[in-house]
Design a protein around this ligand. Structure first.
Ligand SMILES: [Zn+2]
Length: 481
């Protein structure tokens, strides 16, 4: 995982070590129980009404079950690697009672079950819109997203994601389009509006070669004063801090964390979410009037759609690293409110009891996740690229599924379908029998979700909020009009 890389690098500079000890000190580890005062005394509950900055962390499509099993797995992983049984940062936030905690209702204007476009729009403009729409009301009215108000207040803005940069959640904070699929237009709106930091995947919507209009947005961004980056080395090796930054590290969504851990080429090209967040904070920290930074672990949602237990655990843990980065930042910058939440559940991801009296659960889960070396999506991407024998070996080595010739023939028949191959592999793999993790569907779900916040103004969140309430709190805390 990236923790070692983060430890060596420190916080706001590639060579600096300041803060690293705070992030990964022994005070944050060594026990599976959570101490009441475990190193985060600097946080405060937020009775002040206003903040200079807001950091908004989103684990997209995260069922509470996803978070729970990722926390269990982290303890297992740390204890087997002699790092103690340190729990997730999000658990620490709650256990230390240093955050305000709420349940959030996530409905959209036209469904109890929202999509990310409507959910992000509710946060960004304070009104519910129909699923699929980004800050355009059911009546067709263009609504103003938070970005515009934040910029008007003199602050900077940043969007960081593991999805395509132009995907629904980042787009919801800064753009208004009737259909979320208008990603070429969303990229143009980022340019026109001057979002200061954009880091994620999805170069295809900026490149002249892949945009439908053939427009070279990279050169237009460059002309507008953006530093353009395309791989991890550029991001981590930068010596000067740019005024504005556009980094797209993959053609489409960034690969899953699990695949990055087992593929050096991916790891070389693609930064972790926490690394991107640190780079964004480097730029935004220098803005005199403050900033709004949204950071999205967008592929937690995709792993939920794909019912992929290996992918979901490791992307959730990559999100958790961002909570640590935020904790560290707010220790030095207490005038920052941080929100940690999700926009909706996805897939109904749960750890299920296994065996008589559920006593096979732990072994099944820990050994099962330990054994997974690839997402189903990565296997799909390799199908038809690798020769048959190599593909069979990859599947066997990475998910312990031995494909027969008949099964490979079946996959050949599915070649043209987008998700057909990965769905079929998942069915044969039968993840619940191997890991205990199961899913209720491949769709979003409608339960209330977790929201927590700390820093000045965070006391404005009640214990039960709607997604539209979030907008009112952010506006109030940043004194936006
Ligand atoms: Zn989704």
């Amino acid at each position: 995982m990236s923790t070692d890389r983060m430890t060596r690098r420190g916080f706001l500079g590639s060579g600096a070590v300041a803060g690293a000890g705070l992030l990964w000190s022994s005070s944050l580890g060594g026990c599976s129980l959570v101490d009441a005062k475990d190193g985060h005394e600097g946080l405060h509950a937020g009775s002040e009404s206003q903040a200079k900055n807001v950091i908004f962390l989103v684990a997209d499509g995260m069922n509470t079950g996803t978070w729970s099993l990722a926390d269990y797995y982290l303890q297992h992983q740390n204890s087997t690697q002699n790092r103690g049984a340190r729990r997730s940062e999000w658990v620490h936030l709650y256990a230390e009672r240093l955050v305000n905690r709420a349940l959030m209702e996530t409905c959209s204007a036209n469904s109890l079950v929202t999509d990310s476009a409507a959910a992000g729009s509710a946060w960004a403009n304070g009104q519910r819109v129909n699923n699929g729409s980004l800050n355009v009301s059911p009546e067709g009215k263009i609504l103003t997203p938070l970005h515009d108000l934040v910029q008007k207040s003199g602050r900077a803005t940043g969007l960081v994601t593991t999805t395509r940069m132009t995907h629904a959640t980042p787009a919801s904070f800064a753009t208004s389009v009737p259909k979320r699929g208008m990603e070429d237009d969303i990229a143009l709106q980022y340019l026109d509006k001057g979002v200061d930091v954009l880091l994620g995947g999805g170069s295809r919507h900026f490149s002249a070669e892949t945009r439908k209009d053939g427009d070279d947005l990279f050169s237009k961004f460059r002309k507008s004063g953006y530093e353009i980056m395309g791989n991890r080395d550029q991001l981590l090796g930068a010596t000067d801090i740019p005024e504005r930054l556009l980094g797209t590290f993959w053609k489409t969504h960034l690969p899953y964390t699990l695949d990055s851990q087992h593929n050096q080429e991916i790891a070389k090209s693609v930064p972790t979410l926490a690394e991107m967040m640190r780079a964004a904070l480097k730029v935004l920290d220098r803005k005199p009037n403050g900033f709004l930074l949204q950071v999205e672990a967008g592929r937690v949602d995709h792993a939920g759609h794909g019912n992929d237990p290996g992918a979901i655990v490791h992307d959730q843990l990559a999100f958790d690293e961002c909570i640590a980065v935020a904790l560290e930042y707010t220790r030095d910058n207490p005038d920052t409110m941080v929100v940690v939440t999700t926009d909706h559940g996805c897939g109904g991801c749960q750890l299920n009891g296994m065996g008589a009296s559920y006593l096979d659960t732990d072994k099944t889960f820990f050994n099962g996740i330990d054994a997974l070396k690839s997402s189903y999506e990565n296997l799909r991407n390799q199908f038809g690229v690798l020769p048959r024998a190599e593909f069979r070996a990859l599947v066997e080595n990475s998910i312990q599924l031995v494909l027969t010739d008949d099964q490979l023939d079946t996959l050949d028949g599915l070649k043209s379908t987008d998700y057909g191959v990965s769905t079929q592999i998942r069915k044969w793999h039968d993840p619940i029998s191997r890991t205990g993790v199961n899913f209720t569907s491949s769709n979003h779900t409608g339960e209330f979700v977790e929201l927590s916040a700390w820093g000045p103004g965070s006391g404005n969140f009640g214990s039960f909020v709607t997604n539209t309430d979030v907008n009112a709190v952010v506006r109030r805390v940043l004194a936006l009009s």
